[in-house]
Ligand binder design. Structure first.
Ligand code: NAD
Ligand code: UDP
Length: 344
């Protein structure tokens, strides 16, 4: 019998890449997405790429009735949902400062409605999209999962709150499992060039900004600070290929199905830091494109450097990021150059 997983936010950047990995691993993903930051066209691309059809519904994770209907549908199809993979949410740090209630409503209240529906449907496993941002200012590096959680913005606080809620939810029933995946910085695109990141408006993040400069949509990259205590003065992050991150979700669902119940957290990163200018150089040498840039002052709220200790995920999930920075640049550029305007 096929194993169904409910994938909230499955049409988004990470969700769509994860669908490809679930389909390759023989799972039956069922997608719920309200398309507030994506479009159904993404799912058509996933279908074309995998040669498989994707079951999906347009709806909001805060809508209990649509969740109940999807859990029932899976039962009627003879493959009840075994695990929920919860991507749906808002993710822009700056916007979360300006509109905090939107973030608490979507990310925290949305997770409550989802867990209530899971209880009604007797689904007891969830894999949650958390973030390295839950750690806040690093007290020591690399971050290990026992680093204190001290997020510095509303977005990060919504992730820490959901993690706390999941711990309480698991403590209330010894049969429940929650796997919090703390992502570092996913970049790049599927190696086919068929799916990738398609930000609306000006990208907030470094990598899509670089690819948009390279394709001529933006004049130059603005580098936020070159006076950090890092080797070249620019900010250091742990970039990982989005397809490696996607594979981490398959490993996490497998772990949730086999491990003793409980609430777990795993860093998903490579364990290596790369500076802004190192990423620019790697992109230029991999793609042959020039990325002009200008150094500006620091972006408020940025930490100087952060990278993961991924050893818990390596050992317990059996997961390891295998793709290089060059792979990330090459695949991200393939997606951008073949789809200059994203999914439009
Ligand atoms: P994304 O915006 O591309 O994907 C999120 C998807 O969820 C979108 O398709 C959106 O339409 C959908 N969605 C949002 N609110 C919804 C709701 N209420 N009901 C139904 N669907 C809804 O973002 P992403 O980069 O793929 O991120 C996925 C998850 O991973 C998010 O929870 C994000 O906070 C988290 N995360 C992302 C990063 C990153 O760098 N991209 C890093 C750490 C954590
Ligand atoms: N950054 C930059 N210019 C940009 C976007 C980001 O110099 O247009 C820098 C940012 O200051 C940080 C790094 O690139 O040092 C990664 O930023 P991003 O927003 O991609 O990830 P996050 O800060 O959320 O880890």
């Amino acid at each position: 019998m096929k194993t169904s997983v409910l994938v909230t936010g499955g049409a988004g950047y990470i969700g769509s890449h994860t669908l490809v990995e679930f389909l390759a691993a023989g799972y039956h993903p069922i997608v719920l997405d309200n398309f507030c930051n994506s479009s159904p066209g993404v799912l058509r691309r996933v279908e074309a790429l995998t040669g498989r059809s994707v079951t999906w519904r347009e709806g909001d994770v805060r809508d209990a009735s649509v969740l109940d209907a999807l859990f029932s549908l899976a039962r009627e199809q003879g493959a009840p949902v075994e695990c929920v993979v919860h991507f749906a949410g808002l993710k822009a740090v700056g916007e979360s400062v300006a509109k905090p209630l939107d973030y608490y409503d979507n990310n925290v209240y949305g997770s409550i409605v989802l867990l209530q529906a899971m209880e009604r449907a007797q689904v007891r496993r969830i894999v949650f999209s958390s973030s390295a941002t839950v750690y806040g200012e690093p007290r020591s590096l690399p971050y290990t999962e026992d680093h204190p959680l001290a997020p510095t913005n509303p977005y990060g606080r919504t992730k820490a709150m959901v993690e706390a809620m999941l711990a309480d939810w698991c403590a209330a029933d010894p049969g429940r499992t929650a796997v919090n995946l703390r992502y570092f910085n996913p970049i790049g695109a599927h190696a086919s060039g068929q799916i990738g990141e398609s930000p609306r408006g000006t990208p907030n993040n470094l990598f899509p900004y670089i690819t948009q400069v390279a394709i001529g949509k933006r004049e130059k990259l603005l580098v936020f600070g070159n006076d950090y205590p890092t080797p070249d003065g620019t900010g250091v992050r742990d970039y990982l290929h989005v397809s490696d991150l996607a594979d981490g979700h398959v490993k996490a669902v497998e772990y949730a199905r086999r491990a003793r119940p409980g609430c777990f957290a795993f860093n998903l990163g490579t364990g290596r830091g790369t500076s802004v200018l190192e990423l620019v150089k790697a992109f230029e040498s991999t793609t042959g494109r020039t990325v002009p840039y200008e150094i500006l002052g620091r972006r408020p709220g940025d930490v100087a450097q952060m990278w993961a200790d991924p050893s818990a995920a390596n050992e317990l999930l059996g997961w390891r990021a295998s793709r290089s920075i060059e792979d990330m640049c090459r695949d991200g550029w393939r997606w951008q150059s073949q789809n200059p305007d994203g999914y439009v």
